[in-house]
Design a protein around this ligand. Structure first.
Ligand SMILES: Nc1ncnc2c1ncn2[C@@H]1O[C@H](COP(=O)(O)OP(=O)(O)OP(=O)(O)O)[C@@H](O)[C@H]1O
Ligand SMILES: [Mg+2]
Length: 359
C-alpha cells in the first residue's frame, strides 16, 4: 500500500525543524490549538499536489524568520519502492519540486503520483458554499487520476485569460477583435466540451458511492445527492456558438461570463439544498462522505489508495456519527487525523493507532 513513511520540515510555518514518522494505517496528531497540527497536513499536501490547501500564496508557509521552506517526504509504494519527494519554496528562487534530488519540470509531473484526499473545516465553507470550491473539488479529483484532464484545465486557464484580455481590448478600443475572438472561442469550445463531458461522467460515477457512504454515516436516515450545473454544455460548436452570442454581454461585464469556470455543484440532503438548510453536523457528515467518495474514486481509477488528511474532522459530530466515521476509515488506507481532544473518543476506537503528540 502506498504511504508516506516520513516527513521532514525546515522553516515551514511555526517549525524551524520538524520530523516525524507515520504508520501506513491510522495516525493521529494531537496537541493544543496553534501547536502546528494542521501545518503538518499542509506540508503533506504540498508533497502530493505541490501546493497548500490553506492559501494560494506559498510565501505564507515560510517561517516568519526565514526566506524559504522545505517539505521532504519519503513515500513507499505497494511494491516497497521508496521515493523521496521534496518541495522547497524561496522568496527569491520560487518553487522547486524534486524527486530523489532531481528537479521535476512541472507540477504536472508530481500530481497524481501520491494522491491525497483532504478534509478540513475550511473545506465545508469553500466546497459547499462556493462554486469555485466546488470546481476545485472536481478539478483536484480528476487531475489526480487523469493527466490529460489536468493539461486541459491548464490550457483552458491560459486561453480564458487571453479571451478576457481580448474582450477588454475590444470593449475599450475601435479595433475589431472578431478574428482573435473566433480563434480563442474555438479553443475554448473544444476544451469546454471535453471537460464538461469528464465532469458529467465523474459526477454520475461518484453518486452511487457517495449515497451509500452518506447513508452509512447517517444510519440510513437521510439521503444525500449531488447535482452538476454546467454553465455550458454540448459539442465544441455548440459551446462556440454560446460564447459568440455572449460577446456583447461580456464586453459590458469585462470578462467571460460563460464556460466551465462558471460551473456549479448543488449538494442536497433529502432533496433540499445543504447550503441553505443544512445543520453544521449535516454539512460535516456530507463533506466526510464527499471526501471518502473522492478517495474511493481515486483508488478505483489509479489503483492507488490515496492518503487521507483529516483536519479536525470530529469536531461538531455527535457520538454516533463520530463512531461511524471512525469505523469507516479503519482500513481505507493511510490516514492522518488531527484533533485536540483524542482522549474524548479514544475509547471508541477499537483498533491501534499511531499517536503523534505535539507539544
Ligand atoms: N509562516 C509562519 N511562520 C511562523 N508561524 C506561523 C506561520 N504561519 C502560521 N504560523 C503559526 O503556526 C501555528 C500553528 O498553526 P496550525 O494551524 O498548524 O495549528 P493547529 O495545531 O492546527 O491549531 P488548531 O488546533 O487551532 O487548528 C499558529 O500559532 C500560527 O500562528
Ligand atoms: Mg488546525
Amino acid at each position: 500500500m502506498m504511504h508516506l513513511e516520513n516527513l521532514r520540515l525546515i522553516n515551514f510555518r511555526s517549525y524551524e525543524k520538524f520530523e516525524t514518522d507515520f504508520s501506513d494505517k491510522i495516525n493521529i496528531i494531537t496537541g493544543n490549538n496553534g501547536i502546528g497540527k494542521s501545518s503538518v497536513l499542509e506540508a503533506v499536501h504540498y508533497l502530493s499536489l505541490s501546493k497548500s490547501f490553506r492559501s494560494n500564496r506559498d510565501e505564507e508557509a515560510i517561517h516568519f524568520n526565514s526566506d524559504h521552506f522545505v517539505s521532504k517526504g519519503t513515500f513507499v509504494s505497494d511494491n516497497g519502492v521508496r521515493e523521496n519527494i521534496s518541495i522547497s519554496f524561496s522568496k527569491n528562487g520560487g518553487k522547486a519540486i524534486k524527486s530523489h534530488g532531481k528537479l521535476l519540470e512541472n507540477s504536472r509531473d508530481l500530481i497524481g503520483r501520491h494522491p491525497v484526499v483532504l478534509l478540513s473545516p475550511e473545506d465545508i465553507i469553500t466546497t459547499i458554499g462556493s462554486p469555485s470550491g466546488q470546481r476545485k473539488f472536481m478539478n483536484m479529483t480528476m487531475s489526480q487520476v487523469n493527466k490529460n484532464h489536468l493539461s486541459r484545465l491548464m490550457s483552458y486557464r491560459g486561453v480564458l485569460k487571453q479571451r478576457n484580455a481580448a474582450i477588454n481590448m475590444a470593449a475599450s478600443g475601435r479595433e475589431s477583435y472578431e478574428s482573435t475572438l473566433d480563434a480563442l472561442e474555438e479553443q475554448l469550445g473544444e476544451l469546454c466540451s471535453s471537460i464538461w463531458e469528464d465532469r458529467v461522467n465523474f459526477i454520475n460515477e461518484i453518486i452511487p458511492e457517495f449515497q451509500k457512504i452518506f447513508n452509512d454515516l447517517n444510519e440510513g436516515k437521510k439521503e444525500g445527492n449531488i447535482e452538476y450545473r454546467p454553465s455550458v454544455s454540448g459539442t465544441k460548436n455548440e459551446i462556440m456558438e454560446v460564447l459568440k452570442l455572449r460577446r456583447a454581454n461580456d464586453f459590458n461585464m469585462g470578462f467571460t461570463t460563460k464556460g466551465l469556470h462558471r460551473d456549479k455543484l448543488i449538494f442536497k440532503i433529502n432533496d433540499r439544498a445543504l447550503k441553505k438548510y443544512g445543520s453544521k453536523g449535516e454539512n460535516k457528515s456530507f463533506m466526510i462522505a464527499l471526501r471518502l467518495t473522492q478517495g474511493k474514486f481515486i483508488e478505483k481509477k489509479t489503483g492507488i489508495k490515496p492518503i487521507y488528511l483529516l483536519d479536525d474532522v470530529f469536531m461538531e459530530l455527535d457520538r454516533n456519527r463520530a463512531i461511524e466515521t471512525v469505523k469507516y476509515i479503519n482500513g481505507i488506507g493511510q490516514v492522518i487525523i488531527t484533533t485536540t481532544n483524542y482522549e474524548e473518543w479514544s475509547d471508541k476506537v477499537g483498533f491501534k493507532v499511531n499517536l503523534i503528540g505535539l507539544s
